[in-house]
Write a protein that binds this ligand. Structure first.
Ligand code: HAS
Length: 544
């Protein structure tokens, strides 16, 4: 790989690891505060820490790592030109300036609005302007990816696009369509309101636009992990991709169904017609299908590879998996975590059960299993080969062993922390609150033990973060020079040929837009009509 390319990809990935360290430290402070044994020094506000944690891990780490990974995949499969590389740098610097603006507003205590930042909480304009810049930068990066594929297709007429390039294109499309919602909220609602040009803000519209973006956001995080599961893991275990068409179909289904489902985050909210909540819940159950297809495909890959290696019996094939290879083990634990993580999601999406868990710390437990375990462990698994590959170094057996220890520490810490969050949530404990005895209620006394458990789990996780950052530094600067493989799997030879209609982007975008218009138009008009300016709580004047 050329130095100019690797420098670009590594810049994105490095920001992600810096974010991991800062965001992880904030997480540690939070579990300490909630244990009731620790107060924040220098009058630092709990919500300021919580905002740093959510923004830097949920928005900064993920976006930078994903864009760096996307570029690496595109560079490898379809190539990148000098002009495209320059634009990718422009995207990077716009994102960095935006991130610094947003971070400054939060660190000065002017933007303790949490990572969901919806009204009536108000931040300094710099917070929103910075976010808008991050989005604009990410769009430029996405345009570059599309251009990369376009140029490749022109040079390879009638060939199907490489699977990983196809997947990156779907994920950037998903991101682009989803971020239109949050960009609209930021530009039309938040910036004028925070600058004082608009006296009021429509709270329900801001929340609806946020969740129009917020749910596909979680699939924007998940799909790069799926890229690795489908196309990289089979190669690492010495097997082949089960089916190219199935993989493409599951990504197309994510594009269709991940956006028109935002209401499942707003099930308890007044002002949205229950019929439309029902429709979006039904669509939510559709978005479960591509994950089930993925689970099926992974099992198929594991079993076929094991049997081919001669392992017999119902589960004998399981033994062949390379348990001592961290490039496999870390993502595999991620897959396992997604079984309870996904089941929790189905519980959340079921309207009646949502009433039990909504706004409790169960939800925090859910997303620490999904994004902080499934996705993060897969990202770590990717880093073990991608970083040495980009840096012209190798993953030594010693670093591999450290990686395995890291994955085990993460698993133990997360099992304790997320498990305690799930149970405490079912006992009614709210999320997003610092330590409180709530006037000494009887039920509250049941919670504290779980909060102590979370502090223990969170501390173990923080040790895992320190170890991961150490491994990152080793892989980047000190590992021995060499040639680390970029593992991309081939398809099973007897798989059916991928149909040409997968390249019909107009069709996929058309269906996606139609589904969004169907799921959002009527309820959105309804929301705007029924919350005229001045009505509370939907239209909230400043300072109230
Ligand atoms: Fe979620 C809240 C519903 C998936 C992240 N979710 C959140 C929030 C975040 C988040 C961050 O309907 C909090 C937002 C906030 O701050 O308020 N979620 C779902 C559903 C799914 C789901 C239906 N969530 C995710 C993923 C996330 C994520 C993925 C991040 C990456 N979620 C909700 C709902 C809420 C919510 C409600 C709102 C709650 C409320 O009231 O506030 C589905 O996509 C899940 C489908 C997945 C499966 C699992 C398939 C299993 C696989 C593993 C295969 C394993 C193998 C290994 C092969 C059905 C693919 C096997 C080996 C063996 C040995 C067994």
């Amino acid at each position: 790989i050329q130095k100019t390319e690797s420098k670009l990809y590594m810049s994105y990935i490095t920001v992600a690891f810096v974010a991991l360290l800062i965001g992880g430290l904030m997480g540690l402070l939070q579990v300490f505060v909630r244990s009731g044994r620790f107060t924040l020094p220098f009058g630092i506000d709990y919500y300021q820490v919580l905002t740093v944690h959510g923004v830097i891990l949920g928005l900064v780490l993920t976006t930078y790592f994903i864009i760096g990974f996307h570029f690496s995949l595109m560079g490898k499969t379809v190539g990148i030109s000098t002009k495209q590389r320059k634009l990718a740098w422009l995207a990077f610097w716009i994102m960095v300036i935006g991130t610094v603006l947003t971070a400054t507003a939060i660190l000065l205590g002017q933007a303790s609005v949490l990572y969901t930042f919806y009204a009536p909480l108000q931040a300094h304009p710099a917070f929103y302007i910075g976010l808008a810049m991050v989005i604009i930068g990410s769009w430029i990066a996405g345009f570059v990816n599309w251009r990369q594929l376009y140029v490749w297709k022109k040079a390879h007429p009638r060939e199907k696009s490489p699977l990983l390039a196809f997947m990156v294109t779907i994920n950037t499309l998903l991101w682009f369509i989803a971020t239109l919602g949050v960009a609209a909220a930021v530009l039309i609602q938040f910036i004028p309101w925070s600058l004082g040009y608009a006296e009021t803000i429509n709270v329900l519209v801001s929340r609806t636009l946020f969740w129009y973006f917020g749910h596909p956001l979680v699939y924007f995080w998940l799909l790069p992990a799926y890229m690795a599961w489908y196309a990289i893991i089979p190669k690492i275990i010495g097997g082949k991709l089960f089916s190219d068409s199935l993989a493409r179909m599951s990504f197309v289904l994510f594009l269709f169904f991940s956006i028109p489902v935002g209401f499942h985050h707003q099930l308890t909210e007044p002002g949205i017609d229950p019929t439309w909540k029902f429709i979006q819940v039904a669509l939510t159950f559709m978005v479960v299908i591509p994950s089930l297809m993925t689970a099926f495909s992974m099992f198929a890959t594991f079993e076929i590879t094991g049997r081919r290696k001669g392992f017999k019996g119902l589960f004998g094939w399981f033994k062949h998996l390379p348990w001592k290879d961290v490039r496999f083990l870390a993502p595999f634990i991620g897959m396992l975590a997604f079984i309870p993580g996904g089941a929790g999601g189905i519980i959340n999406a079921s309207h009646q059960m949502n009433a039990v868990v909504h706004n409790t710390i169960w939800v925090t437990g859910h997303f620490h299993l999904t994004v902080a375990t499934t996705v993060m462990l897969t990202f770590f698994g990717i880093s073990y080969w991608l970083i040495p590959h980009l840096r012209g170094r190798t993953l030594t057996p010693k670093l591999n062993r450290l990686g395995i220890i890291q994955a085990i520490i993460w698993t133990v810490g997360m099992t304790i922390m997320s498990g305690a969050m799930h149970i405490e949530g079912l006992l009614g404990a709210p999320r997003r609150s610092s330590y409180s005895e709530y006037g000494g209620g009887e039920q509250v006394s049941e919670w504290i033990g779980y909060q102590l458990a979370q502090a223990i789990g969170g501390t173990i996780l923080f040790i895992g973060i320190i170890l991961m950052v150490y491994i990152f530094i080793k892989l980047t600067f000190f590992a021995p020079k060499g040639d680390e493989e970029f593992p991309i799997a081939e398809e099973e030879p007897d798989a059916e040929q991928t149909p040409a209609f997968f390249e019909n982007w107009k069709l996929w975008i058309g269906i996606t837009v139609a589904l969004i218009l169907f799921a959002y138009t009527i309820p959105f008009v309804d929301i705007i009509q029924n919350s005229p300016p001045g009505s509370v709580p939907f239209d909230w004047p400043i300072g109230r």
